[in-house]
Write a protein that binds this ligand. Structure first.
Ligand code: GAR
Length: 192
């Protein structure tokens, strides 16, 4: 099984997945990390652990369709079985969706359907909810709307500020995402 990780930023979820898969000795290869952002720290993290990196942006192409087409070609050339979004801050277009049905998974830092979009942690904090959390879900053609696979709650206490809440959410993500991916990988391997 070959996995591609798509990420736009820091890559702490990517790192947690790599660590967990190594510890669990899963027969899974994280074949590549792709980023739409040139300076994304996830690219450094990937190089450090010997995972191939690829980077290009929609701005490098005449339109978004061509960007998606190139990304799709990359994933197909690399014989990717499962696409893992880890802080990939773009919508997945119809070409990619059609090529990877129920094979693109995302993590979102809120209890969906609450607080979708780019600022899940801050939006929940600003709203004043007392419970937020983390969601892992399949991607569909909406924004953070696909079928939910797993969720964990994170409590917001009176002691929390935005920074401490971010830390708690990321800790929850680093536990949940690798464990859920393991289940998905094992299930897919069983079917082969
Ligand atoms: C994570 O909190 C992830 O849930 C969020 O981006 C962060 C990436 O962190 N994704 C979204 O908001 C998607 N809508 P990381 O780069 O350290 O893994």
């Amino acid at each position: 099984m070959r996995i591609a990780v798509l990420a736009s930023g820091n890559g702490s979820n990517f790192a947690a997945i790599v660590d967990f898969f190594q510890k669990e000795k899963l027969s899974v290869e994280i074949a590549l990390v792709f980023s739409d952002k040139k300076n994304a720290f996830v690219l450094e993290r990937a190089k450090k652990v010997g995972v191939a990196t690829y980077q290009f942006s929609p701005q490098d192409f005449s339109d978004k369709k061509m960007y998606e087409k190139s990304l799709l070609e990359l994933l197909q050339q690399e014989k990717i079985d499962l696409v893992v979004l880890a802080g990939y801050m773009r919508i997945i277009g119809p070409q990619l969706l059609a090529a990877f049905p129920k094979k693109i998974i995302n993590i979102h830092p809120s209890l969906l359907p609450a607080f979708p979009g780019l600022h899940g942690i801050k939006d929940a904090y600003d709203y004043g909810v007392k419970v937020t959390g983390v969601t892992v879900h399949y991607i569909d053609d909406g924004v953070d709307t696909g079928p939910i696979i797993a969720q964990v709650p994170v409590l917001i206490t009176t002691d929390d500020d935005l920074t401490s809440l971010e830390t708690k959410i990321h800790q929850a993500e680093h536990q949940l995402y690798p464990a859920v991916l393991k289940e998905i990988v094992l299930e897919k391997q069983d079917r082969h």
